[in-house]
Design a protein. Structure first.
Length: 232
């Protein structure tokens, strides 16, 4: 069997497997959201509600991982389409920071969002840009040290919006930067972590689809900065 056929079969299996996972994950998310909405009827105390909220955010994070694999399959099979609308990016970033709350707890990390003074709107696919920001936050969390700060900056340029995320992690070797957006490339190999290895690859596909540009600047031992621009 040729390498191409084997790769195609593997991708098809991943697409089918992740598609099947979406059902139970979505059901779990729906059940948790229902439980929180009816918290008075179910007599949940504040501690229980906080735990359920954390489980809900972790479930949504897991959902994002499975959708990364499906997104890759759709792009490479020509089935990927954007559904654009004018939306506030600062609100999207707030949602993504909340979704990553549980992961931040594990290493006692914090996110500092350098918020713009006014809402910044762009013509984007909200779901896909959320996926981009969640992927970048996830990478920053995985490859940063305990008790570290992750800095996010959002600002409006003349004809585009600029997003930047800076971590204080181990950094990336210069000879690895050219491969950072390739499929299944795992950065900072000395820090073992679970994941599909698709995060940055999917991120670049989505930014490219928005006619934007994405870049990486990194120094060993000093951390990594990833930034992108997309047209307004």
């Amino acid at each position: 069997m040729s390498d191409t056929i084997a790769e195609n079969k593997k991708d098809t299996f991943i697409a089918m497997f992740t598609h099947d996972l979406k059902g139970p994950i979505n059901s779990g998310i729906f059940a948790l959201e229902l439980l929180l909405r009816d918290s008075k009827r179910s007599k949940l105390n504040e501690y229980q509600k906080e735990l359920i909220t954390d489980i809900l955010r972790a479930s949504k994070f897991m959902k994002n991982l499975t959708e990364n694999a499906l997104c890759k399959y759709k792009v490479e099979s020509g089935k990927y389409e954007l559904n654009k609308e004018y939306a506030p990016l600062d609100k999207i970033i707030d949602d993504c920071i909340l979704a990553a709350k549980y992961s931040l707890y594990e290493k006692n990390q914090k996110i500092n969002f350098n918020r713009p003074k006014e809402n910044i709107y762009a013509h984007i696919d909200v779901i896909e840009i959320k996926r981009v920001i969640l992927n970048l936050i996830s990478n920053a969390i995985k490859y940063s040290n305990k008790n570290s700060m992750i800095n996010i900056t959002l600002k409006k340029l003349s004809n585009s919006v600029y997003f930047e995320i800076q971590d204080q992690g181990c950094g990336i070797n210069l000879n690895e930067l050219s491969m950072a957006f390739e499929k299944y490339v795992r950065l900072a190999n000395e820090q073992k972590s679970a994941g599909t290895g698709l995060g940055l690859y999917i991120t670049k596909l989505i930014i490219d689809a928005h006619r934007g540009n994405i870049y990486i600047d990194s120094k060993i031992g000093k951390g990594t900065k990833i930034f992108f621009e997309i047209p307004i």
